[in-house]
Structures are given as structure tokens and as C-alpha cells.
Design a protein around this ligand. Structure first.
Ligand code: NYM
Length: 212
């Protein structure tokens, strides 16, 4: 029965080190899906437009200092404040391409030495992505890409630790794409994985919650 089975959108998450190309690939993917006539939105975390997001932004710009646990919880709160809208969008059939999510939260905070289980706890109950794409690049190669900005965390030694954290978070369900391939090749691989995932969601795969 077509009427009763209106299909939901897919929750697609892009993860990776700073300067892995996530943001430009998210943009290209969004443009492609939109042009193909899909209902799609491009999201990112941290979402700096909310009150919590502004606190995060000021911390990242080194304009404020916060305890490592406190900033971790703010990043998580920033996802929680968007959770109901996220669910609404997905249920109404919109696919969301999300630049960073809970995995960034855990990877960056645990790279500072915080306990990984403690880092994962506040994420419990957020929506689980239907697909996590990891744009894989070595910290050294990422650093060569036009250098890092001035934000906190954008330093080679720290990014090496983040890479290690991501490695322990990754599981076989993640789609790992070599981020050192040409922009076009990364784009093509990303599209394939995403279209495939959208199809599964379309066919009725239920939404689930972290951590599965
Ligand atoms: N970051 C991002 C975290 O430390 N925890 C999180 O939960 C999220 C979503 O913020 N270096 C870090 C990773 C980045 C920084 O992200 C800002 P972006 O994608 O550069 O705006």
C-alpha cells in the first residue's frame, strides 16, 4: 500500500580528521542529490548557530577556556538540541548529510585522555546514522593540505591522537574512503555508498539509536 508506506530519509554522517575534505565533499554530495530531485539537507556539528553552539565556537577559537568534560558535554548537548528536528526531517522523507557527529565527539575528547566509555555515554539515545563515511587520510598528509587554521585541535600531534581514537571507534559497518584519491574519485565513491544506503532506508529500514 503506497499511501501508508511513505519512506523516510537517510541519516548520513561524514567523519574524519580536520582537513580530510569532509566539508567540500558534503557540499558536492548535497548538490548532486538535490539536483537529482531528492529531498535533502546539509547539516553540521558543531551547529554554531545555537546558544550552546556559540559557547563551543568561542572555545574552539580560544576565546574561552572550559574543562575537558564540560566542553565534551556541550558538544553532546548541541546534538541533543537538534535531535527532535532531526527525527522529524528523517520521518518526513528528508535525507540529512551531516558533517561530523557523535564519533567526532568521542574521538576528539578521548584523544585528550578522557575515558572512552564516559565519552560515549551522553550520546546514548541520539539517532544512529544509517551510514558513517570515514574520509581516511594520515595526519601528516592532512597537515600538508594548505596547513591548519587557528582553531584548537588543529595541530599535527593532536590529530595523530584523534586518528588513533577514530581507529578504535570504527567498525565494519563504516564505509572508509581513501581521502587522498582525486576529488572526483572520492565524490564518486561517496555517491555510490550514499545512494545504496538511501535505497535501504527507502525500503523500510527502521531508525535506530546510539549506540547500536
Ligand atoms: N569537534 C567536533 C569535537 O571536538 N567534538 C564534537 O562533538 C564535534 C562535532 O570541533 N576540530 C571538533 C572537531 C573540529 C572542531 O569542527 C570544529 P569543524 O568541522 O571544523 O567545524
Amino acid at each position: 500500500n503506497k499511501e501508508s508506506s511513505s519512506s523516510r530519509g537517510a541519516l548520513i554522517v561524514l567523519e574524519g580528521l580536520d582537513r580530510c575534505g569532509k566539508t567540500s565533499q558534503s557540499g558536492k554530495l548535497y548538490k548532486y542529490l538535490d539536483e537529482q530531485g531528492h529531498s535533502v539537507e546539509s547539516w553540521r556539528f558543531p551547529d554554531r548557530n545555537t546558544g550552546v553552539g556559540q559557547m563551543i565556537s568561542s572555545y574552539l577559537a580560544n576565546k574561552s577556556q572550559l574543562d575537558d568534560h564540560a566542553i565534551h558535554l556541550l558538544f553532546s548537548a548541541n546534538r541533543w538540541e537538534k535531535r527532535s528536528l532531526m527525527e522529524e526531517k528523517l520521518k518526513s522523507g528528508t535525507t540529512l548529510i551531516v558533517d561530523r557527529y557523535s564519533y567526532s565527539g568521542v574521538a576528539f575528547s578521548s584523544a585528550k585522555g578522557l575515558d572512552i566509555e564516559w565519552c560515549k555515554a551522553p550520546e546514548i539515545g541520539l539517532l544512529a546514522p544509517d551510514l558513517v563515511v570515514y574520509l581516511d587520510i594520515s595526519p601528516e598528509k592532512a597537515a600538508e593540505r594548505g596547513g591548519y587554521g587557528d582553531e584548537r585541535y588543529e595541530q599535527l600531534e593532536f590529530q595523530k591522537k584523534v586518528a588513533g581514537s577514530y581507529l578504535s571507534l570504527r567498525d565494519s559497518s563504516w564505509k572508509v574512503i581513501d581521502a587522498t584519491l582525486s576529488i572526483e574519485d572520492v565524490e564518486k565513491k561517496l555517491r555510490e555508498a550514499v545512494l545504496d544506503c538511501m535505497m535501504t532506508c527507502h525500503k523500510g529500514k527502521p531508525l535506530s539509536q546510539l549506540w547500536p
